[in-house]
Design a protein around this ligand. Structure first.
Ligand code: 13P
Length: 250
């Protein structure tokens, strides 16, 4: 049985004081949740505050991105060791917004994932198709090429330590969530890619999260699918009550 993960990606939302306020409301609401792993990814500047207020709770903190070099003249970048030292246990890599607006490619995703693993972080590696891909019937093709160009470069041992998040771009921030059946179909397909590249055992142990307009009113239907091992939540993770409701259905 794969343990489920509910992760909140705050994107460019919340200052340090807003982060503290969120945790004082959220931590008590999920304090007795033992059914899943809970992760929150605040912006870099709010990570120390989040780590401090999450201490002693069942909530782990994640970065939203990482650079692959250990240090150097790379203005604006943050290394995996810096995230670890700040108290992060996870890092999101290859989010579609980074692919769309900041030049992220499958190749940089692979480099970042290896660097994060070497530092002891658990990468949450994102992939997913655009609306135009889905309409052209290319969903599997695109997901396979993102898998092959990205995480397929890992060793089998490295692969066993990552999470994958399937986030169809047309469902992100649009309120148009994938149906549980659509999500399930792609998760099954990605598991097949993992079996072909690594092994059946790696495929069945792989945890795949779904992301894209996950809300308190659709989480139950999504989590009813055996293929879905959790969710990566954007907008609905910014509100303590709504994110706690999502956690309770995992
Ligand atoms: P929304 O839940 O706001 O659609 O965002 C999903 C997402 O991009 C999580 O990484």
């Amino acid at each position: 049985m794969r343990r489920r993960v509910i992760a909140g990606n705050w994107k460019m939302f919340k200052t340090q004081s807003e982060t503290r306020a969120f945790f004082s409301a959220f931590a008590p609401l999920v304090g007795s949740s033992t059914n899943c792993d809970i992760v929150i990814a605040p912006p870099f500047t709010a990570i120390p505050a989040a780590v401090e207020v999450a201490k002693g709770t069942n909530i782990a903190i994640s970065g939203q991105d990482v650079f692959w070099e250990k240090d150097g003249a790379f203005t604006g970048e943050i290394s995996a060791n810096m995230l670890v030292e700040a108290g992060c246990r996870y890092v999101i890599i290859g989010h579609s917004e980074r692919r769309q607006f900041f030049g992220e490619t499958d190749e940089t995703v692979a480099k970042k994932t290896k660097a994060a693993l070497a530092a002891g972080l658990t990468p949450i590696v994102c992939l997913g198709e655009l609306l135009s891909h889905r309409e052209a019937g290319q969903t599997h093709h695109i997901c396979k090429s993102q898998f092959t160009g990205g995480v397929a470069a890992l060793t089998a041992d490295e692969f066993s330590r990552i999470l994958i998040a399937y986030e169809p771009v047309w469902a992100i921030g649009t309120g148009r969530t994938a149906t549980p059946e659509i999500a399930s179909d792609v998760h099954r397909f990605l598991r097949q890619c993992a079996a072909e590249r690594f092994s059946a055992a790696h495929a069945s142990a792989l945890r795949i999260l779904y992301g894209g307009s996950v809300k308190p009113d659709n989480i139950q239907g999504l989590m009813a699918q055996e293929e879905l091992d959790g969710a990566l939540v954007g907008g609905a993770s910014l509100d303590a009550k709504s994110f706690a409701t999502i956690v309770s259905f995992a």
